[in-house]
Design a protein around this ligand. Structure first.
Ligand SMILES: *Cc1c(COP(=O)(O)O)cnc(C)c1O
Length: 379
């Protein structure tokens, strides 16, 4: 049976060239980067080369990149570390109501520690309106965190404008860019954010390695305490092989990006047109144009999302109902509810996420199976 992978927002396939770049660091180059002999210094050099390469691609300084064990860790660190380091100036944070759980649950934790959090509403397409952020700013606000692009519905936020509003009020701005880095053109010499999280496995790199970009002068509390790795801010022996893989994956992802974006978007738009042609009651969730090149998210009024998902799986097609992290929960997606979608429609939502690995044959196969499944229902 033809296997069709359409869950690239959950994770992506490791590229062959990334694996090849990593292999020496799983085999002969196993030194600890803190060791002073040559084997250790090889690892140290590999980490610093990776840092320089990633910094160049994002237009920042190498010392502004800190490696972590995941996007989740980078998000936790940014929120808790910035809140802790700046709490003398106030204890109010602002995040959007459609954040990933890595941000949402970190905010809940901070509330239990005495911080106050405002959860910004979004419009029907999942966009945070800049005026809504402006209205939420308070004298005791210290941090705003709004994701660059949403993992469920793919909506891209007006990040430059939102960051400007925070800065106009003297407030730090963090963005969870885990879905954006590797998929969108990101130039941090133009978009002025103070902190940004990203993760290698979302752009064909290895799982278990992420990074936090932190603007030079910004103070943060360490998240892990121990050795002096990552300029005393993130202790623990470095994941050399993961870091090398992350740098290679980002280099590959950003090479010919406009061409890859055009390719993925063409398949995405074809999928959107054809799915909606099956039944006019099928709804596209998220923004009609301001969305990630690989994201589609539909509500199917005639069928529960999890039933559809199981039927697709039996046909060898991998997709997702809402976000992978809550795949076993029966709760409707907090993102879709925040967009004003009914509980029922939110429960019938499915996400098909494409990447530059996706082929026309994948889309054709999905459409054949979807037509069969949905026509069975309507008979
Ligand atoms: C995947 C994802 C994360 C978590 O990253 P991990 O590296 O899997 O921990 C955080 N935020 C968003 C938007 C994501 O898509």
């Amino acid at each position: 049976m033809q296997q069709v992978y359409l869950d690239n927002a959950a994770t992506t396939r490791l590229k062959q060239e990334v694996l090849e770049a990593m292999l020496p660091y799983l085999q002969e180059s196993y030194g600890n980067a803190s060791s002073l002999y040559q084997l250790g210094q090889q690892s140290k050099r590999a980490i610093e080369n990776a840092r320089e390469s990633i910094a160049r691609l994002l237009q920042v300084q190498p010392k502004e990149i800190y490696f972590t064990a995941s996007g989740t860790e980078a998000d936790n660190w940014a929120l808790k570390g910035l809140a802790m380091a700046h709490q003398h100036r106030g204890k109010h944070l602002i995040i959007s109501s459609i954040e990933h759980h890595a941000i949402l649950h970190s905010a809940h934790f901070l509330e239990r520690q005495g911080f106050e959090v405002t959860y910004l509403p979004v419009d029907e397409f999942g966009v945070v309106q800049p005026a809504v952020l402006t209205a939420a700013m308070r004298p005791d606000t210290i941090l705003v965190s709004i994701m660059w692009a949403n993992n469920e519905i793919g909506t891209i936020q007006p990040i430059a404008e939102l960051a400007r509003i925070a800065h106009d009020h003297g407030v730090f701005f963090h963005t969870d860019a885990v879905q954006a880095v590797g998929s969108l053109e990101i130039d941090l010499s133009v978009v002025n954010v103070d902190a940004l999280s990203f993760s290698a496995h979302k752009f064909h790199g290895p799982k278990g390695v992420g990074a936090l970009f932190l603007r030079n002068s910004v103070k943060i509390e360490p998240f892990l305490h121990g050795g002096s790795q990552e300029r005393d801010l993130r202790a623990g022996t470095e994941n050399v092989v993961g870091i090398v893989g992350m740098a290679k994956a980002l280099e590959l992802a950003l090479a010919d990006l406009p061409k890859k974006t055009a390719y993925t978007q063409t398949l995405r738009d074809q999928l959107i047109t054809e799915i909606r042609a099956i039944d006019s009651k099928i709804k596209l969730n998220g923004h009609p144009t301001q969305r990630l090149p690989g994201n589609t998210n539909f509500s199917f009024p005639s069928m529960a999302g999890d039933v559809l998902l199981m039927s697709l799986d039996m046909q060898g097609i991998a997709a997702s109902s809402g976000s992978a992290c809550s795949a076993l929960s029966v709760e409707p997606s907090h993102v879709l509810l925040a967009c004003g979608i009914s509980k029922e429609l939110a429960k019938s939502a499915l996400r098909f996420s494409l990447s530059d690995d996706t082929t026309q044959a994948d889309i054709d196969r999905l459409l054949v199976v979807m037509r069969q499944l949905l026509q069975k229902v309507s008979q």
